[in-house]
Design a protein around this ligand. Structure first.
Ligand code: 5GP
Ligand code: ZN
Length: 119
């Protein structure tokens, strides 16, 4: 069923604690943790606790939780003190765009100069 935990999903296992992660924030509906392979001094992933394959599927089914992910992303940036210098929230959607984990997640990247457009 939509939103239910998936036994083969890496980020569902982060939610349950089965896979350890450096958690920096948690809310009723979301978890934020450091990326294992950081691409910037701050690189945090914000995920819904419920399983949806990507951010668009999450927003279609649970717009309130999608908003929670965005709000928590902004709070991560504030915690990390990267709001003044600027930061990026990235939602890779589909393997052609670099999505490798099919549990919705927002990347929060900052602490260095970020080029636009990205590669
Ligand atoms: P995607 O490429 O799907 O947009 O992002 C997936 C992200 O998850 C990548 O940046 C990758 O480094 C990160 N990642 C993959 N496996 C793990 C893990 O086991 N723990 C953590 N903390 N991050 C992971
Ligand atoms: Zn999942």
């Amino acid at each position: 069923m939509a939103g239910e935990p998936q036994s083969d999903c890496l980020f569902c296992k982060v939610v349950t604690g089965e896979i350890p992660a450096t958690i920096v924030r948690e809310s009723d509906t979301t978890v934020a943790f450091r990326d294992i392979n950081p691409q910037a001094p701050t690189h945090v992933l914000v995920i819904p606790k419920a399983h949806y394959r990507d951010a668009a599927a999450l927003a279609a089914a649970e717009p309130g939780i999608a908003a929670d992910v965005l709000r928590e992303s902004g709070l991560v940036a504030a915690d990390e003190k990267i709001t003044d210098t600027g930061y990026r929230i990235v939602l890779n959607t589909g393997s052609g765009a670099g999505q490798t984990v099919f549990h919705a997640h927002a990347h929060v990247l900052g602490g260095r100069g970020l080029q636009w457009p990205p590669g």
